[in-house]
Design a binder for this molecule. Structure first.
Ligand code: ADP
Ligand code: MG
Length: 235
């Protein structure tokens, strides 16, 4: 049903919720982009922790860090992922992007999300997951095309399912794409949040570049990573 009012999903980060009037649209797919160490994995953990606190079933797909590392990252902020994993509320999946034999297909990924009845999904990062799913290298034009198609297909599936997803993405310095690695991600998602670190001055900023259906502030906001996670300074 189309209506002027729609449900928003809390990110668990008070300052960004405020900027968005409550959170991201339910059933949307949002990209959190930035370079290494910008806080992408922390953002995703905080989003998952918020879902767990609300009793929602969550899926965390990790391509770079092991399950144990993710749990270790989270507990530093006081978020006990292990407890929720044991209660079957959190599903942590780690895939090795370079191990082709362990490849899963898109169909089984879709069926898995339906089977566990996930409400929140995060993929860290979407680019490596697409490379993993499509089983192609990036070193030629055909490979890059396959990965762009993979990114498109993964995001299309997430949009079709009854989930609200936050994906991390890399920004490559000097690349022609300003908000993501392949360009595909930033256009097909419903929202883009860019994180930066300012070298030398120890400052972190966050900027909402796009958010479907929401009127929002475009100016970069400073944020800190504290022992309670990401804290945005909104005046
Ligand atoms: N428990 C913590 N307390 C404060 N800062 C932290 C903590 N954990 C990580 N950080 C900061 O966050 C950075 C890494 O964040 P992360 O979310 O892993 O970034 P990304 O996924 O973008 O590479 C670290 O380099 C560190 O500066
Ligand atoms: Mg990371």
């Amino acid at each position: 049903m189309v209506s002027k009012d729609f449900k928003k999903i809390s990110l668990g980060i008070a300052g960004i919720n405020k900027l968005l009037g409550g959170g991201i649209p339910e059933n949307s797919v949002v990209l959190v982009s930035g370079g290494a160490g910008c806080g992408k994995t922390t953002f995703l953990c905080q989003y998952i922790n918020e879902g767990l606190k609300r009793g929602e079933t969550c899926l965390f797909v990790s391509l770079e860090e092991s399950k144990e590392q993710i749990k270790q990252d989270a507990i530093q902020f006081g978020w006990d992922f292990d407890k929720y994993e044991k209660k079957d509320k959190l599903y942590l999946k780690q895939y090795n992007p370079f191990e082709v034999s362990s490849n899963i297909g898109l169909n089984s990924f879709e069926r898995y999300i339906e089977y566990i009845k996930a409400k929140r999904v995060v993929i860290d990062p979407i680019t490596l997951f697409a490379e993993f799913i499509t089983n192609e290298g990036v070193d030629d034009k055909r490979g890059e095309y396959a990965i762009r198609r993979g990114i498109f297909n993964v995001i299309s599936i997430l949009k079709k399912l009854n989930v609200t997803a936050v994906l991390s993405g890399e920004i490559i310095e000097g690349s022609k794409y300003k908000l993501s690695k392949y360009g595909e991600e930033e256009f097909v998602v419903d929202g883009v949040i860019v994180l930066t670190t300012m070298d030398g001055v120890g400052k972190r900023t966050l900027c909402i570049k796009k958010m479907r259906s929401i009127k929002h502030d475009f100016t970069p906001k400073n944020f800190k990573i504290t022992d309670k996670g990401i804290v945005v300074e909104t005046e």
